[in-house]
Design a protein around this ligand. Structure first.
Ligand SMILES: [Zn+2]
Length: 82
């Protein structure tokens, strides 16, 4: 995870046979023999992943999102009047 990939949720993803798209996770071409996952983020960015890379990214994204929400929670808690 190098911070280049979106961590916001992707409301729409769909998959299909690859057609030479460049995978946003590993920068390799998605060959016709592979499955490509295409997604559009909430900010309208279109991303492509190998199906296997998508699952890796999805797992990492959830970890990052969880760390962020935990941080928000801690900050909110600290900011509350006692
Ligand atoms: Zn990939």
């Amino acid at each position: 995870m190098d911070g280049r990939l979106p961590v916001e949720p992707m409301p729409r993803v769909w998959g299909g046979p690859g057609n030479g798209e460049k995978c946003d996770a590993c920068d390799e071409k998605v060959e016709k023999s592979d499955l490509v996952v295409e997604g559009r983020t909430e900010r309208g960015r279109v991303v492509f992943f190998h199906a296997k890379c998508f699952y890796v990214w999805e797992k990492e994204r959830i970890v990052v999102a969880h760390e962020r929400s935990t941080w928000e929670f801690e900050r909110n808690k600290a900011g509350q009047p006692t």
